[in-house]
Design a protein around this ligand. Structure first.
Ligand code: ZN
Length: 507
């Protein structure tokens, strides 16, 4: 008997760390020991691996078996080490060929009968393997489609332990089973078009401006005014993701959803609309061991829409400050920190008052007091609203009015305008998104606007109507409006409209 080795990948957030698994079999009373800081799921691997090995018609050694996972200091979680542990066991018995093991990473959970189960997080693990320069990765067959999205690495899908050991072996029954497990789900419907939204031109314009500059947006209006309808169309007018971005988004989905069956890479930016009862852990991520990403991570490179935003718990809204500031979320665990990317565009929607009927044009009277109304929207004030450049009121249009109106703005032509305007901004600043340009650059020598253009905001600033931060936000929106109009510098009219979007909410 000798030492058997296999390699795998552990995920900390989306970052992969190579894990070396060693199995040592020595003569003595039959016993199995697992060393190297593993959680319960990994400890249970011992039982699964023993059953899977035996049921694959291999003999599990009736001796002292020591299984070591290193680096030991890194917490290891989940069941994806089953396959590499089994492979290392079989290698120690001389049953797995050296060529099956060389430059190869194994990932997968075993069923007791030796089949491989589909597993969450395969895509980020394969991406990590490629980054680490590994040539070949063996994954459950049910995860093959997702793993094959990654180019530049050989991906092998196997349906059973037997197949992993004997590359030529095909287990027909296991394949059948794996196919049963797979369900083709295209969860995101993208049939929403901007042309469905009518009678709220100002809000549509704000949405397009938001898409151009990457500005966060706040909409106030009575229930039924179409705030959700508008927000759900934002990701459809954003430029499609690049391949790298789409892979990153798919990797996050893979962590959350388990086996993905989409064979193509979805280039549409994600859209997340959590309910206001969401917890802080649900927003940023949490859970025992290695944390699961929250909604704000799943909205990475897309849109995070909070309907009835004042109803969200204050601590949940406060959680958004870090990602809005840095585009990342750090979750501190007992022994380590998990970091996730979380650069999303925030869209907040609120009713004008707690009952929602204020200024709705309905027969239903609003009975909220002035204090109640102010308090309601004030729940959103402060550091969060400091990051929101665009404010817009969405009026409720009557049904009669709606049927008379038709909109000519489709998502496709809005997206074309947005893409062209964004390209202009990238050319100018070197980065995409006017919302991210520092105030010092906006007011600096090179891009400072003439005093006659900025007169309205200079006056507002002197009078104390807007703060310096507010001043910069108006400038950012004015640049987006100018980019949208295809002119090189914002003029007084752009400044005026930007100022309107700053103070657009009648309270
Ligand atoms: Zn009210």
């Amino acid at each position: 008997m000798s030492l058997g080795r296999a390699r795998s990948i552990a995920l900390v957030g989306l970052t992969g760390v190579p894990i070396d698994i060693e199995v040592d079999v020595v003569s003595g009373l039959p016993a199995i020991r697992l060393v190297g800081l593993a959680d319960r799921a990994v400890n249970e691997a011992i039982d699964r691996v023993r059953s899977a090995v035996t049921n694959s018609e291999f003999a599990f050694p009736a001796q002292r078996v020591t299984i070591s996972l290193s680096p030991a200091a890194l917490p290891k979680s989940g069941s994806t080490f089953d396959l590499p542990i089994a492979m290392a066991c079989l290698a120690s018995l001389g049953l797995a060929s050296a060529e099956a093991m060389v430059n190869t990473v194994f990932i997968g959970e075993l069923a007791l009968d030796g089949r491989l189960r589909p597993t969450a997080g395969i895509l980020p693990a394969v991406l990590a393997a490629r980054t680490l320069g590994i040539g070949r990765v063996v994954v459950p067959r049910a995860n093959l489609a997702e793993a094959q999205l990654v180019s530049g690495i050989t991906v092998v899908g196997v349906s059973s332990l037997r197949e992993a050991v004997e590359p030529g072996h095909v287990d027909a029954q296991a394949i059948l089973h794996a196919d049963e497990v797979d369900v083709v789900v295209d969860s995101v419907a993208r049939n929403f078009d901007l042309s469905d939204v009518i009678g709220v031109e100002t809000a549509v314009e704000a949405l397009v401006v938001a898409a151009v500059g990457g500005h966060n947006l706040f909409m106030v209006g009575p229930p039924g005014a179409g705030k959700t309808m508008l927000a759900s169309r934002l990701s459809g007018i954003l430029p499609p993701l690049t391949e790298e971005e789409a892979l990153e988004v798919a990797a996050i989905q893979s962590l959350v959803e388990g086996a993905r069956r989409r064979v193509d890479l979805d280039r549409a930016p994600p859209f997340q609309a959590p309910h206001h009862t969401l917890s802080a852990a649900g927003m940023v991520g949490g859970g025992a061991g290695v944390a699961r990403p929250g909604v704000a991570v799943r909205a990475h490179r897309g849109v995070l829409f909070l309907d009835e935003a004042p109803e969200f718990a204050t601590n949940v809204l406060d959680c958004l400050r870090q990602p809005l500031e840095s585009g990342r979320i750090s979750l501190h665990r007992a022994a380590f920190t998990v970091e996730f990317p979380s650069a999303f565009q925030l869209v907040l929607a609120a009713n004008p008052c707690p009952c929602g009927q204020s200024a709705s044009g309905n027969d239903v009277r609003c009975e909220c007091t002035g204090v109640q109304r102010r308090r309601y929207l004030a729940r959103l004030s402060g550091p969060l609203m400091d990051r929101v450049d665009l404010h817009v009121t969405v009026p409720r249009t009557t049904v009669a009015l709606r049927s008379e109106l038709t909109s000519t703005i489709t998502s496709a032509n809005a997206r074309a305008r947005v893409t062209a305007a964004r390209a202009a901004a990238v050319e100018r600043w070197g980065i995409g998104g006017n919302a991210r340009v520092p105030g010092t650059v906006l007011r600096g020598k090179r891009y400072r606007l003439a005093a006659r253009e900025t007169a309205p905001i200079d006056i507002a600033l002197r009078r104390g109507d807007i703060t310096m931060r507010g001043y910069d936000r108006v400038l950012r929106v004015a640049w987006s409006l100018a980019d949208l109009d295809g002119v090189t510098t914002p003029n007084a009219s752009h400044i005026g409209r930007a100022l309107y979007f700053r103070k657009g909410i009648n309270q």
